[in-house]
Design a protein around this ligand. Sequence first.
Ligand SMILES: Cc1cc2nc3c(=O)[nH]c(=O)nc-3n(C[C@H](O)[C@H](O)[C@H](O)COP(=O)(O)O)c2cc1C
Length: 390
Amino acid sequence: MCAGDITMRRLCFSTAGESHGKGLTAIIEGFIAGLPLQEEDINRELKRRQGGYGRSSRMQMEEDRAEITSGIYKGVTTGNPIAIFVSNKDWREADEVAYPRPGHADLAGAIKYGLNDIRSVIERASARETVARVAVGAVARRFLAEFGIDVHSHTISIGNVEAVMQDEVSSIDWQQVERSPLHCADARFEKEMMNAIDAARADGDTLGGIFEVIAQGVPIGLGSYTNWDRRLDGIIAQAVMSVQSIKGVGIGSGFALASVRGAQAHDAIVPNIAVDVSDRGKLPWRRLSNRAGGIEGGMSNGEPIVIRAAVKPIATLANPLPSVDLRSGEAVEAHYERSDVSVVPAAGVVAEAMISIVLAEACLEKFGGDSLKETTANYHNYLESISLWQ
Ligand SMILES: Cc1cc2nc3c(=O)[nH]c(=O)nc-3n(C[C@H](O)[C@H](O)[C@H](O)COP(=O)(O)O)c2cc1C
């Protein structure tokens, strides 16, 4: 998602900063002019990332607030690179570490960079970095709102406690999800999920789970089948998989499609009856289901985009796994420091940000333009041009 990729990307961002450094920085390149943007748009998302049952006490200590230091004039984007800074309250020179934690970047990072103190690996590999990604995602989300696209997530499971899924994406009450300490669409499963997290914590252990991200209002035709690196499904999978602790990504029915026949796997296309003046702008077909999760042939197909991701259990254990002292080679217990016990809702918020960034770039690529006015005019022209009932 940055200059240097095989194709020159339209929208790039990069992040810098460490878990206990002064703060996190994000720089966004290639964004349009003319989009109203406030720090509050970003702060709202940063607060969502900090939430969720099972987080460490650091999340009470930090109050992540964005400072936009470039790319904005009179509350509107200018087209210049946008720079965002979020300071760390817990800023300190942290202790040296020589006992790598299984499941972390510690061992491979120390060997790769020739270190016998793992601290610098821990500091940058930490998911504190996702503060910067969520800040970038908030800018993308603000842009997507101009196209009527919104992106949400909810928790499907924590450990082996699984919420029963709603049949229709449209029936999910997103306000209930935001109220839920576990971002659960069905409050009946919350208590059991919280108990599972409490039990893991009591054992000095941790828990993962599964979340789902849903993007609604995505127009048909983002991404392309014409080359591997233009496929929207591939770009989304990479973006979500890049989030710390994500170990599986599925699109639509995902892995479940492997065990059913074609007739149960695909989404029938049927005529969209009732053609009259009020249907102007509507498309002459509809789908009976959305098992494809809104993407076919590497392109959005006009249905909601539905992505599931598996979050592994946190690798910093209060009851640590065996490890080795990198200096002496002796058997030790892995390093432990204050850590979350379960992060599924927060990981969902980070994945929302990554998917928003991918969709924002896909919109910019499809509709072009250097200002909001130009890009949205192109978007409306496209919608007009694909409607057979103009
Ligand atoms: C929002 C979020 C918060 C996280 N918090 C912690 C944490 O407190 N302690 C920890 O050991 N890992 C935490 N992780 C996971 C690690 O960052 C991740 O497992 C580690 O960097 C190794 O990367 P990998 O799991 O992708 O292989 C968190 C992940 C996310 C998405």
